[in-house]
Design a binder for this molecule. Structure first.
Ligand SMILES: [Zn+2]
Length: 427
C-alpha cells in the first residue's frame, strides 16, 4: 500500500459529509444575506405600466464583486417626475430559487444609489442576476432590466475556458491537462447524464480549479489544513466539492504535496460532483432525507473513471463475501461504505431492472416521492427483497440481510488491490 493510497482512502471518509454540509451551507447563506430575503419568483414579470407616468433615465447600473466579501450594486438614475426616494436591488445568486434584496442608500456626493451585499463563504464565479426597483417622490415605480453578472474574483488572475458543457476558471500553475481532461470528461459523459436524468443541467456549471489551497482559503478558511479526525479516521484532505445551491464545483488536484492524475480527477471526481449538481436540480431531494449510500452511490454512478469504479465494485464484493457488509440502512454516514456499496447498488439496480430504472426513480423523486417509495414503486419489489437480491449479486450465499449488523470498523486501509473511493471530501 502506497502512501498515496492511504491518503486517498482517507479522503473518502470525509467526502461522505459533503452533500449534507453543502446543503446546510446553502441555507445559512440565504438567511445571512444582508436585508430581507424575498421569495419572489425567479421569473421576472415585466411590471405593467413600468415607470408610471414618468420618464426614467438610467446612467449607471452595475454590480462590482468584492469577492470574497460580497459586492456592491450601484445605480444612477433620474425620473422626470421628481427625486428618487428609494432604490432596491433584487438579486439572485447561483441556482437559488429566491431573490435577495439589498436596500440602497444614496451617496449624496455622487448621486449614486449603493446597495451592499455582505457575505462570506461563497466561492468565486457564481453566476448572478439582478434588477432594480426604484421609486420617485411622485409615487412612480420603475423596474430596470434584468442583468446577468458574476461573483468574480477580480483580485487574481484566472484562465477561463468554456464549452457547451461547462465553464472553467483555472488558477495559473495548474497544468492545462487538468482542464483539457475536464472538458473531455464533460463531453464524454453528456449523453449518459441526459439518459439518466432525462434532461441536461438547465444552466452551465462553473468549475473553479485551484492549484492548491491558498486561493481556496479565501472563502473557506482552514481548508488547507486538512480535516482531522473526521469519522474517526486519519487526517484527510478535501479535493473538491459541489455546491448545489450555486451550480459550482470547486476543487484541486493537488493536496498535501500529492496529486491526483488528470484522468482520475476529471473523469472520477468532477463527473461525480456534477452528478450532485444534477441531484440538486432534480427537485433537490437527493441528500436531504435519504441515506448517504443512496445519494453518494448515485453520484458515483456517474464516475467514468473505470479503474476506480471497478475497484469499488470489487471492494463491495470482498466485504460481502467476508461477512463485513452491513445492512444498507445501517451504513449511516460511513463515507467509505457509502461510496463503494452505494455505487454497487446502483450498478446492480440497472443491471437487474434495466438502464432506464434510474430515470424512472429520479422522476418520482422529482415529484416529492420519498426515496424508498420511489425505489419500491419503480421496481415493484419491497426494500428487503431488493436488498436480498443485491446481496446475492454480490456473492453472499446467505443473502438475506443480517438482523444485526457486523461491527462497523472502518477499514484501516484498503487491503484488497483496489482503488479506494476517492471523491470529494468536504469537512
Ligand atoms: Zn459525493
Amino acid at each position: 500500500m502506497t502512501r498515496t493510497r492511504i491518503l486517498l482512502a482517507s479522503l473518502a471518509v470525509v467526502l461522505a459529509f459533503s452533500l449534507l454540509i453543502n446543503l446546510r451551507l446553502g441555507s445559512v447563506v440565504s438567511v445571512a444575506a444582508q436585508e430581507a430575503v424575498t421569495s419572489t419568483s425567479t421569473v421576472i414579470a415585466s411590471p405593467t405600466n413600468n415607470g408610471g407616468s414618468a420618464e426614467w433615465t438610467i446612467s449607471t447600473d452595475a454590480f462590482v464583486s468584492k469577492f470574497p466579501r460580497g459586492g456592491e450594486f450601484s445605480l444612477k438614475a433620474s425620473s422626470s417626475a421628481g427625486k428618487i426616494t428609494s432604490a432596491f436591488a433584487f438579486f439572485q445568486v447561483g441556482t437559488a430559487k429566491s431573490r435577495r434584496r439589498a436596500t440602497a442608500q444614496l451617496d449624496q456626493d455622487t448621486g449614486t444609489w449603493i446597495g451592499r451585499w455582505d457575505i462570506t463563504n461563497i466561492p468565486p464565479f457564481v453566476p448572478m442576476s439582478y434588477y432594480w426597483v426604484i421609486t420617485d417622490e411622485a409615487g412612480n415605480t420603475y423596474q430596470t432590466d434584468l442583468k446577468d453578472t458574476s461573483y468574480a474574483d477580480n483580485d487574481n488572475e484566472w484562465i477561463r475556458s468554456e464549452t457547451e458543457d461547462i465553464i472553467i476558471y483555472q488558477e495559473p500553475g495548474l497544468p492545462d491537462i487538468y482542464v483539457q481532461k475536464t472538458l473531455e470528461a464533460m463531453a464524454f459523459q453528456r449523453d449518459f447524464y441526459l439518459k439518466h436524468w432525462g434532461t441536461l443541467l438547465k444552466y452551465k456549471p462553473v468549475a473553479v480549479l485551484y492549484n492548491g489551497y491558498q486561493r481556496w482559503s479565501a472563502w473557506r478558511p482552514g481548508i488547507a489544513g486538512g480535516n482531522t479526525s473526521i469519522g474517526g479516521e486519519r487526517n484527510t484532505f478535501t479535493v473538491g466539492q459541489a455546491l448545489t445551491d450555486y451550480g459550482v464545483f470547486v476543487g484541486t488536484a493537488r493536496y498535501n504535496s500529492a496529486e491526483l492524475s488528470p484522468d482520475k480527477y476529471a473523469f472520477g471526481i468532477i463527473l461525480h460532483e456534477i452528478g450532485h449538481l444534477y441531484q440538486g436540480q432534480n427537485g433537490g431531494f437527493f441528500g436531504a432525507s435519504m441515506p448517504l449510500w443512496f445519494s453518494e452511490g448515485d453520484a458515483e454512478f456517474f464516475n467514468a473513471y473505470m479503474p476506480e469504479v471497478n475497484g469499488e465494485l470489487r471492494t463491495a464484493r470482498v466485504y460481502a463475501q467476508e461477512g463485513r457488509l452491513p445492512r444498507l440502512m445501517d451504513i449511516g454516514d460511513n463515507g467509505l461504505l457509502s461510496y463503494f456499496v452505494g455505487v454497487s447498488f446502483w450498478t446492480w439496480l440497472t443491471e437487474a431492472y434495466g438502464d432506464d430504472i434510474h430515470l424512472q426513480i429520479v422522476q418520482r423523486l422529482a415529484k416529492n416521492k420519498n426515496w424508498r417509495d420511489a425505489l419500491e414503486e419503480t421496481t415493484g419489489r419491497n426494500f428487503l427483497d431488493l436488498e436480498t437480491e443485491f446481496r446475492q449479486w454480490l456473492g453472499i450465499e446467505e443473502a438475506a440481510p443480517p438482523t444485526s449488523l457486523p461491527t462497523l470498523t472502518p477499514p484501516p486501509f484498503f487491503a484488497t488491490p483496489t482503488f479506494a473511493p476517492t471523491k470529494t471530501p468536504k469537512p
